[in-house]
Design a protein around this ligand. Structure first.
Ligand SMILES: Nc1ncnc2c1ncn2[C@@H]1O[C@H](COP(=O)(O)OP(=O)(O)OP(=O)(O)O)[C@@H](O)[C@H]1O
Length: 892
């Protein structure tokens, strides 16, 4: 099951290598590539003649009223039906139509580049073939709108750091408390831990309101002072939510084993006591590792009698791993299980030995994301199966054994964790939680409405305080209660009425910045920003978020190898390999749609190019040494990578003490605790506000300072107002500042040199793409997939993020492409043209050489004044001799 809902495995059929001509196909695979080129050219010649004829006809038809001829909509006047799925579909269709038109050539080619000003393209396909667009980086860019807010953000006191209360004071076992401080360097609980742990221990005084909840009449409630509540935990990113549920679980299982007087010692055979469900495999892996660290503790009185908790065994079941080995682990017994939903359901249905009869906790970590990914049905089935098995446990009476100990909850406790309180999780909470408590960093509430109201009022206070600070009191009153500017029920992040997320806070010590970057400058600005960051903090760990896996692959490759100086031979070979690729269709259809294990992707990326054309992308590399940022390791992570590679990447990047950059999709946005990430760059804007929150939340964790940059196109500047109204206030930073700073650090002295430096980088990247077959392919795929991904922005955001606002020509530059968008969509372009020209030249040279090698007789009147001293020329065959062999100077 795909656990990576934001990975866009878009079909990229448009860039599939063209089919070989019929003539070539008839000759079969054994043809040499130059023969294939020749036959293809013959076929193309025919096709061009036909096309010219057709084009003339088309001009007279209604179809000629192409997108080019439609007036460009006035951006400020565009209104879209908010919240309409139809609009989503329409935009998706429009993207496909635009890309399709680009690919077909003719008027539509011009239309693709004609969505904005600045890039000239020939109107006739024939004239366009092979045309390179070498436009200046700094001309014809749209104006950068003046932003409302400017200046630097003052560093605030951290909001998610540990406080000064103690774990012991919360009622945790002294062995656990000792282990936390001595082995995990965790001494004081965070605010969310302070509020959640007592509730989950059943010790919460505030919660002991006489309501015992519970559903199990078989037990004697009088013997227990504990009050059991299901719990909804909502807190900012990086505030320690994982330990807030794991610590009470470990504590209570531990106590149950210590107090049991019958039924034998604790053992793994008792099966699973806690299941923690996560939306991604990486998050499951992380929860598993934290649990493993915790159960490594030793318990008991006195140093000599301390024992390890051998019987408390953590386990993990996730898609992508071998099911057989998972089955074997479950058969032996797993006490605390981290898993993804699909694989858990699979084992519940098919692994007989998987014992959940004693299950006491079900935790849905990142519950909102689980729902967004469409796991609702799977969750229902899982809950039903747990209910069924719990019925069997109820027949066991008494409470002196581990499994029936009163130290454990008498029923299954459900815990939902989320950084936001969105409507979908509230609905799930209503449906699935029994006798719930809503726990936030500030308080414990009895129901969702109370919690939401408190969050709203916090947000109102914060916005008002900001408005007072900025001298614009009352201007954003509409935002105080989560309305949009028209007062309509739809919020700006695409949620319906009543879906206000209230307290949409990021850690207060996070420094957020927004950069409005014209499309053409995106790539070089990213490079400059990364250079600046890495220079300021040489061991920086940076995460760059992109909208699709193809963009991740491209950036990873480009910023690892992009500074490779392409020599002409390499370029030749790269292009020859590209020619091979173009005509060799047996190895794949060029379709970017890949299944979750990325197997198809692997075969494409690993297609042997025989070392030609320089570096290649291989599925086995975990990181690459960058030549763009010397000494820095580049990583990538997305859902189409093989599980083994995903896990290794995650672990290696997590543990890295070295300067590192990770390019990723939103697969890494949620829940992942990647230590010491100093900086986040959202190169592609998030598709909703929750994603914004989670992406930036990968830094500034547990009280540490972090920086986050958001790249926006000039047409997207209005998104800053949306963010601001949600209490997220990125400060403005200009492209010029970033580029100047980078140029300065590279030794440029004159102020004008920053533009020159940026242009040099761009040129280097463009040359690299031209010379390297892999870079060219990745750039084209990334360009097309990014446009498709753009169309997936929420309906209510389409007034800001609409594909019609994109200037495809300028955007192509951000992928170091010199081709027109039409050529990219067509799957061919100047690179192919160059290949063909070179191949033609080669064929001609060989033909000429053959000609020269033929014996020939020189007629008397051909004897020139240069043919001195070689009498044989007058009489007989003249064979060309090699250079330096006394040639007479005109034989060549
Ligand atoms: N009380 C504490 N003191 C110090 N460090 C802590 C404490 N509690 C947790 N941590 C550490 O803080 C980091 C973040 O914790 P965790 O991943 O649970 O945060 P989170 O709230 O779940 O974040 P997210 O919402 O992004 O998933 C982890 O490395 C964890 O070990």
């Amino acid at each position: 099951m795909d656990d990576d809902g934001l990975i866009f495995n878009f079909a990229t059929t448009n860039i599939a290598p063209p089919k070989p001509s019929a003539a070539a196909a008839a000759k079969g695979k054994s043809q040499r590539w130059k023969d294939r080129v020749k036959s293809r050219q013959a076929a193309k010649h025919e096709a061009t003649k036909q096309e010219q004829h057709d084009t003339q006809n088309q001009k007279n038809t209604a179809a000629a009223a192409s997108f080019k001829e439609k007036p460009m909509p006035q951006r400020q006047h565009i209104k879209f039906d908010s919240g309409s799925t139809q609009e989503n579909n329409t935009q998706q269709q429009e993207v496909e139509r635009l890309l399709g038109e680009m690919g077909k050539g003719g008027g539509s080619k011009a239309s693709a580049t004609g969505t904005g000003a600045g890039v000239s393209t020939a109107s006739q396909p024939s004239a366009q073939a092979g045309k390179q667009i070498i436009s200046s980086l700094f001309t014809k860019n749209p104006e950068i709108p003046k932003l409302a807010r400017d200046g630097g953000q003052e560093l605030r006191v951290s909001s998610n750091a540990a406080g000064d209360s103690s774990f012991a004071g919360l009622g945790l076992d002294s062995d656990i408390v000792g282990f936390l401080s001595s082995k995990m360097e965790i001494s004081n609980p965070t605010a969310i831990q302070t509020n959640a742990i007592p509730v989950l221990l059943g010790n919460d005084q505030a919660a002991q309101d006489g309501d015992n909840g519970g559903d199990d009449d078989a037990f004697n409630f009088e013997t227990s002072m504990k009050v059991e509540h299901d719990v909804f935990i909502q807190a900012a990113t990086g505030s320690g939510k994982t330990l807030s549920y794991l610590l009470p679980i470990v504590h209570r299982i531990l106590r149950a084993t210590q107090t049991a007087t019958s039924g034998g010692p604790a053992s793994r055979e008792l099966g699973t006591f806690a299941v923690i469900l996560t939306p991604t495999r990486e998050l499951a892996q992380q929860v598993y590792e934290t649990t493993q660290t915790l159960v490594n503790m030793t318990v008991g009185q006195g140093a000599g009698s301390k024992k390890r908790l051998h019987w408390m065994v953590p386990g993990i079941v996730i898609g992508g791993d071998s099911k057989q080995s998972e089955k074997a682990r479950l058969r032996k017994g797993v006490t605390i299980l981290a898993c993804t939903p699909g694989r858990l359901l699979d084992h519940l249905e098919n692994t007989q030995a998987f014992c959940v009869d004693n299950l006491r906790w079900l935790v849905l970590d990142e519950a909102d994301r689980l729902l967004e990914l469409g796991f609702e049905d799977t969750l229902r089935k899982i809950l039903a199966l747990f209910e069924e098995r719990a019925g069997q446990r109820r027949r066991v009476l008494g409470h002196s054994s581990v499994a029936t100990s009163l130290e454990l909850p008498r029923r299954r406790i459900n815990v939902l964790c989320s950084a936001t309180l969105r409507d979908n999780v509230r609905r799930l909470a209503d449906e699935a939680l029994v006798n719930p408590k809503f726990v936030s960093a500030t308080s414990v509430y009895d129901n969702a409405d109370q919690a939401a109201e408190a969050a709203r009022s916090r947000k109102r206070d914060r916005l008002m305080a900001e408005d007072i600070e900025d001298g614009r009191v009352g201007k954003r009153a509409h935002a105080y209660d989560g309305e949009d500017e028209d007062g309509a029920g739809q919020n700006e992040d695409g949620q319906g009425e009543g879906e206000d997320q209230g307290d949409f806070a990021v850690p207060s010590q996070l420094v957020q910045k927004a950069v409005i970057v014209p499309a053409k400058l995106r790539l070089v600005t990213l490079v400059a920003l990364l250079k600046n960051t890495l220079r300021q903090q040489p061991t920086s760990k940076i995460i760059v978020f992109l909208s699709c896996k193809d963009a991740v692959d491209f950036m990873y490759f480009m910023l690892s190898y992009g500074a490779t100086q392409a020599d002409s031979e390499q370029a030749d070979e790269g292009e020859a390999a590209y020619a091979d690729d173009l005509f060799n269709t047996e190895e794949g259809d060029g379709n970017g749609d890949k299944d979750d294990d990325g197997s198809s992707k692997k075969s494409r990326s690993q297609r042997p190019t025989g070392g030609r054309g320089g570096p290649q992308l291989t599925a086995t590399d975990i990181h690459l040494q960058s030549n763009v940022f010397p000494g820095v390791n580049m990583f990538r992570l997305h859902g189409s990578m093989q599980q083994k590679q995903r896990t290794e990447t995650f672990t290696t990047f997590s543990r890295s003490q070295h300067a590192s950059v990770l390019f990723t999709t939103d697969v890494a946005a949620r829940g992942l605790d990647l230590p010491n990430v100093t900086s986040i760059v959202q190169y592609d804007a998030p598709t909703d506000l929750a994603s914004y929150l989670h992406r930036v939340g990968r830094t500034a964790r547990l009280g540490r300072v972090g920086h986050a940059h958001l790249f926006l196109l000039p047409s997207e500047a209005a998104y800053l107002t949306v963010l601001s109204e949600r209490g997220l206030r990125p400060q403005d930073e200009s492209v010029e500042t970033i580029l100047r700073m980078s140029a300065k650090s590279e030794g440029s002295r004159r102020s004008a040199e920053w533009q020159q430096r940026a242009a040099e980088w761009q040129l280097l990247f463009e040359r690299f793409v031209l010379s390297n077959i892999t870079a060219m392919r990745l750039a084209k795929q990334a360009f097309l997939s990014s446009i498709r991904a753009y169309a997936t922005h929420g309906a209510a955001e389409k007034r800001i993020f609409h594909v019609r606002f994109l200037h495809f020509g300028h955007l192509a530059k951000a992928f170091a492409l010199r081709e027109t968008p039409a050529q990219v969509a067509e799957g061919k372009g100047n690179n192919q043209k160059a290949v063909e020209v070179r191949l033609e030249k080669k064929v001609r040279r060989e033909r000429e050489e053959k000609e020269r090698k033929k014996p020939r007789f020189v007629k008397g009147n051909e004897i020139s004044e240069f043919a001195v001293g070689d009498v044989s020329a007058y009489y007989g065959p003249r064979v060309r001799r090699g250079a330096g062999a006394g040639s007479d100077g005109d034989s060549d």
